[in-house]
Design a protein around this ligand. Structure first.
Ligand SMILES: [Zn+2]
Length: 306
């Protein structure tokens, strides 16, 4: 089906107590792995591109690849901008056909974060596209536990932020750390529940590669509706390619190397979808009408009665 927006997808997740996996793609093999895994798991899926991935693969190239893959799929697929730290980057992605945006102003002072997020949401909403924002700061690996705590999202600030910016979902800093290669981050579950309770909107977990399986389950119960996975996919792709080259050092056909990487990525994604409770949930969505720009919009009221 045509690309859908993340708005109704995350509301469905919130309503039904699961989280949508948001997987970072860097090239064709990632796009294929993500969409194929979603098909096999019958899971709604968010495919996201970071600014680094856009620089690497090209903005229009990413949109074209993901559009074609989504249209051929029977499950709903969102194309989301991950960590757009710039107003213009968000506008360019909106214009290029992304169906979900993120403005990350977490390194800015509160008021500035509010002001730019608000500008992005006004423009995006005019086109029917939802926006994720970030408050507090999910740090990069190498920080101390005290630093992680000091950067966490404050529930009372979150309420003001959501009211003023009208963002559709919020990335919260609740104990996870970007680019962790071991699962040892401890989530502040009470903080997640509190932010969920006072803002009411779907919450997003970044830095998820360092979170334990139990942490995911508790986080989802408390209000996490979207979980970003990037580092684990990179590890899987590289692991697969290395194994293929070690198995047969004479191999020169890149398809025999990258193809093994793609299978490894797929395995990780499918396991995450099951863990997040997203498997089978594509059945909650039925296509309805055609939204802005020819995109199909899904509505939470379209849930099939089971
Ligand atoms: Zn992130």
């Amino acid at each position: 089906m045509p690309l859908v927006t993340s708005k109704e997808m995350l509301i469905d997740a919130q309503k039904n107590g699961y989280a949508v996996g948001a997987f970072n793609a860097n090239n064709l093999e990632y796009v294929q792995a993500i969409v194929e895994a979603a098909e096999e798991e019958e899971a709604p899926v968010i495919l996201q591109a970071s600014q680094g991935a856009i620089k690497y693969a090209g903005l229009d190239q990413i949109v074209a690849m993901v559009k074609v893959a989504a249209e051929a799929a029977s499950v709903p697929v969102v194309l989301h901008l991950d960590h757009g730290t710039d107003f213009f980057q968000n506008v360019r992605c909106l214009r290029a056909g992304f169906t979900s945006l993120m403005f990350d102003g977490s390194s800015l002072p509160f008021e500035e974060n509010v002001a730019i997020t608000k500008k992005v949401t006004e423009i995006a909403h005019a086109c029917g596209i939802p926006v994720e924002a970030e408050l507090g700061k999910v740090p990069q690996v190498g920080v101390t536990p005290e630093e992680v705590r000091a950067l966490m999202t404050k529930p009372e600030e979150a309420l003001r932020f959501v009211e003023e910016t009208q963002c559709d979902s919020l990335a919260v800093a609740v104990g996870s750390v970007h680019q962790m290669k071991v699962q040892e981050a401890k989530l502040d579950i009470e903080r997640i529940a509190k932010i969920r309770e006072i803002t009411g909107i779907p919450l997003v977990l970044h830095g998820a590669s360092g979170v334990t399986d139990e942490g995911y389950r508790e986080g989802i119960k408390a209000g996490i509706c979207k979980i970003n996975i990037a580092t684990e996919l990179n590890k899987a792709f590289t692991r697969g390619m290395k194994a293929a080259m070690e198995k047969d050092p004479s191999v020169v056909d890149p398809r025999k190397i990258a193809g093994v990487g793609r299978e490894e990525i797929k395995k990780v994604i499918k396991a995450k979808m099951r863990l997040f409770g997203a498997s089978g949930k594509a059945r909650n969505f039925v296509a309805k009408g055609v939204g802005y720009g020819g995109r199909q919009e899904l509505s939470a009221s379209d849930l099939k009665k089971e």
